[in-house]
Design a protein around this ligand. Structure first.
Ligand code: URA
Length: 210
């Protein structure tokens, strides 16, 4: 009642004021609760961009019912027309550990192609392929055919439009792209397109282990 408590900078005098743990809570300007850090997995729909703000398109952040959205970071980007697993956090260090090229964190995509996938493509991706505009071959990638037009591709890099450019280099065209897995973490199959949930402590820690 003396105005000593602030929540996100606002003086709170109501004793039943609810918080969810993501706020900054100060007593006499001293932090008394550390922000509990968020780790979210989202099933991204087509048409949403992987950005905090966009003047033309809805963003993956728009899909979240969260406060303090400005402190959320998207862990690696998916194209507007790509669906599937997107991680969102306010832990910059965790984000960096997943996305830093040196981490070689694996990402698995379910890919649908315009033309039948040749066996040579499996060998080509395994050896590394020269993408348009690049000087170095891509790192070895694992291509597992599901049927003539669909495959799972696991890559350990994150070059711009990498999957689409790899198939373009093999003379094919990606018509649908869905990310299923990052590191050890699979997209939760119970999440409908556009839904998200918090990761468990085990998922947050276990994403790096092979
Ligand atoms: N590779 C692509 O081409 N697009 C994505 O969204 C992700 C990987």
């Amino acid at each position: 009642h003396a105005g000593e408590v602030t929540v996100n900078g606002e003086i709170i005098k109501k004793t039943d004021h609810k918080i969810n743990g993501t706020e900054q809570v100060l007593l006499n300007k001293q932090q008394i609760l550390t922000q509990s850090v968020r780790y979210l997995m989202l099933n991204k729909p087509v048409g949403y961009v992987s950005a905090n703000h966009d003047s033309e398109n809805p963003t993956v952040i728009d899909l979240l019912d969260e406060i303090n959205k400005s402190s959320l970071q998207i862990v690696g980007r998916l194209d507007k027309d790509t669906t599937g697993l997107v991680l969102i956090t306010d832990d910059g260090e965790w984000n960096h550990k997943i996305t830093a090229p040196a981490s070689k964190c694996k990402k698995t995509y379910f890919v649908t192609l315009a033309d039948p996938i040749s066996q040579e493509t499996v060998a080509l991706f395994n050896q590394g392929v020269l993408l348009d505009g690049e000087k170095k071959l891509t790192a070895p990638a694992e291509l597992e055919l599901v049927n003539s037009y669909q495959a799972r591709l696991t890559i350990s890099e994150g070059k711009y439009h990498q999957v689409k450019r790899m198939f373009a280099a093999a003379g094919n065209k990606v018509i649908a792209l869905h990310r299923e897995k990052i590191g050890n973490l699979l997209l939760d199959s119970t999440l409908a397109s556009g839904q998200y949930r918090s990761l468990t402590h085990q998922e947050v820690q276990g994403i790096f282990n092979d």
